[in-house]
Design a protein around this ligand. Structure first.
Ligand code: T3D
Length: 258
């Protein structure tokens, strides 16, 4: 059985982690397959939004600990450098919006992958656990980069030191994720949202995403300069022309993502 399932629905690629018997914890095969799938979706012009999701009751329990301790396994250095770092870089650098659809627990690297998505939705039943301290490790997969920026240093430190469960409701209230939904409505809400974004100007989203990434470490002067550069690039897209013409002609814009 494939460790990653891809369902293509219109301009939306739904990518599902698929090792439900171990709560979709990552082994090398699934890590590399996720990287390939993210690369494909990023390069495919027909894909305008990516939804990252999972099968079974969990989103992802992080690293498969059996593989982590196996003498025949890749070892911790490769696990971080060849599995998680490229996944996080791909999520941030793919020129498509990545929506996280988190239906159950997201722990360890699974939690930080959920936080690296552009917009994360979770079911009420889901929870987020910085599980690393429970096994004597430090957070990886960008957790120490994203979490303090999302919720502040105090909460990030508390969640990381304690390894406590943060409910989806609390996560949404404190800005750690975008939205908490009832389990029965999660998929419908995310797919509705994705469909809306898939009909919008994809190139402008790609440039917006670049700007948001840059804002993580730029000063205001540097960021204003980058905004000028990407605004000029956006103004050269067909979708910008279509957006302006549709406004002037008082009709609905038809964006092609170009
Ligand atoms: O080399 C390195 O390690 C570096 C990489 C680090 C990145 C990381 O992600 S480190 C963090 C690794 N993850 C964890 O420590 C989380 C481990 N899992 C849990 O703490 C719990 O499973 C959960 C809190 C996530 C969920 O608890 P619960 O009670 O809902 O489920 P469960 O009964 O613990 O798990 C169900 C099954 O999944 C169970 O197998 P079984 O008994 O039915 O045969 C369990 O062993 C398996 N499972 C869950 N998490 C993992 C796992 N198997 C392997 N690795 C896992 N991470």
């Amino acid at each position: 059985m494939s460790t990653i399932i891809v369902e293509k629905k219109g301009g939306i690629h739904v990518i599902k982690l698929n090792r439900p018997e171990v709560l979709n914890s990552f082994n090398r095969e699934m890590s590399l397959a996720l990287q390939d799938t993210l690369k494909e979706a990023g390069a495919d012009d027909s894909c305008r939004v990516i939804v990252l999701s999972a099968t079974g009751r969990a989103f992802c329990a992080g690293q498969d600990l059996s593989e982590a301790i196996s003498p025949d396994g890749p070892g911790i250095k490769k696990i971080v450098e060849e599995h998680y770092n490229p996944i996080i870089t791909l999520i941030r650098e793919t020129p498509k919006p990545v929506l996280g659809m988190i239906s159950g627990v997201a722990a360890g690297a699974g939690c930080n992958i959920a936080l690296a998505c552009d917009i994360t939705f979770a079911a009420e039943e889901a929870n987020f656990i910085q599980a690393f301290s429970r096994i004597g490790l430090v957070p990886d997969s960008g957790g120490t980069f994203f979490l303090p920026r999302l919720v502040g240093m105090q909460r990030a430190a508390a969640f990381m030191f304690s390894g406590q469960k943060v409910s989806a409701k609390e996560a949404a209230e404190i800005g750690m994720i975008f939205s908490c939904e009832s389990a029965s409505k999660l998929e419908e809400k995310v797919m509705e949202y994705a469909a809306q974004l898939a009909d919008m100007p994809t190139m402008a989203f790609a440039y917006t995403k670049k700007l948001l990434n840059l804002s993580m470490h730029n000063d205001l002067a540097g960021q204003l300069k980058e905004e000028g550069k990407y605004q000029e690039l956006s103004s050269q897209t067909s979708d910008h022309h279509e957006g302006v013409m549709s406004f002037l002609e008082k009709r609905r814009a038809v964006f092609t993502g170009k």
